[in-house]
Design a protein around this ligand. Structure first.
Ligand code: SF4
Length: 335
């Protein structure tokens, strides 16, 4: 084994990655992370890693790590010439809109999103025609075309804050595309779906299927359990948990509390990361894998870096300019 590989194994071990690798597997992971990090440097690239990616990507090769809001914000500030987005396509589109002169790539052709695919720009135009004068507040999990038709983008980290500000100037708003998040926000704000907030029918295939009945079972089995759920979960489930938020909020909640155990109701990658970040805390698994997020692997990142002509993420200039206005509005209102 050469010295560089040995050093890389030590680095990954110090990050806690040995705890999730079978015997011998850490050496294979290290060989890949070593090569990816070398090629990344040579290409002047930065790797963005969403918290639903696997820890070998997040900790092994990720430079910018976080939820959708943090990654969009970090992308605005990066000096790198190339952005490799280990997340789903709408996130990479957002990075491209914020960095039109940079090359942006996603290391998978299958990194879609059920929420993003649930609505089109034409759907939003029809909604606006049905409800003239209402502002369109749009979850970031949407295509550039949908963002271009919107007034303001939100993420799970800032949706409640931004909607409160929107209601200062409007009695009613349109919120798309996540009907569960929309209903959860309406409840938090004391608003009524259909009356004060017009919702769309989109859902996240990961968060829509969690069973609220199971939470009762877990609470009986683990006294002192703290239950955290992502805001994309249905309202019946949210009613049974201790904390609802985006992944950044959930991580801060875990960090700042001392429960006997934590049940994290979201995508599995988040729980894996939490276990590595807080090895002294107890985590109970109740998670589902996102097939879109998990279509990215160290091998697909490596293949992209070795490809002389990888397919770039592009957004037509006219759409990008209008989408950027709604994203900038989010940064303004979330500040
Ligand atoms: S977890 Fe849900 S919202 Fe996130 S990328 Fe997957 S399908 Fe989309």
């Amino acid at each position: 084994m050469d010295g560089a590989l040995e050093e890389e194994i030590k680095r990954l071990t110090a990050l806690g990655l040995h705890r999730r690798c079978a015997e011998g597997a850490l050496e294979q992971v290290a060989a890949r992370t070593l090569e990816i990090n070398r090629l990344k440097k040579a290409r002047k690239a930065v790797i963005c890693a969403h918290v639903y990616q696997t820890p070998d990507i997040i900790l092994g090769v990720g430079d910018l790590v976080g939820d959708s809001y943090k990654l969009a914000d970090d992308c605005r500030k990066t000096q790198a010439e190339v952005i490799i987005f280990c997340g789903v396509h709408f996130m990479a589109e957002t990075a491209k809109i914020l960095n039109p002169s940079k090359k942006v790539y996603v290391p998978s052709k299958n990194a879609g999103c059920s929420l993003s695919e649930a609505i089109t720009g034409e759907d939003v135009r029809k909604l606006k025609a049905e409800h003239p004068g209402l502002p369109v507040v749009t979850y970031i999990n949407t295509s550039a075309e949908v963002k271009a038709e919107s007034d303001c983008i939100v993420t799970s980290a800032n949706a409640e804050k931004i909607l409160r500000k929107m209601y200062e100037g409007h009695e009613k708003v349109i919120f798309v595309p996540d009907r569960f998040m929309g209903a959860n926000l309406a409840k938090a704000l004391g608003k009524t779906p259909g009356k004060d907030i017009i919702l769309w029918k989109g859902t996240c295939i990961v968060h829509e299927h969690f069973n609220p009945e199971l939470i009762k079972v877990y609470r009986q089995r683990y006294p002192g359990l703290s239950v955290l759920a992502h805001a994309e979960c249905p309202s019946e489930l949210i009613a049974a948990v201790d904390f609802m938020g985006g992944t950044g909020d959930m991580m801060r909640y875990v960090e700042s509390t001392n429960a006997a155990a934590y049940l994290l109701v979201t995508e599995c990658g988040f729980g894996e990361l939490a276990k590595l970040k807080f090895p002294q805390k107890n985590f109970i698994a109740m998670c589902r894998l996102c097939p879109y997020m998990k279509s990215i692997t160290l091998d697909s990142v490596l293949a992209l870096l070795k490809d002389p002509h990888p397919e770039e993420v592009t957004v037509p200039a006219a759409i990008a300019a209008r989408a950027k206005r709604s994203i900038d509005k989010m940064f303004e209102l979330a500040a």
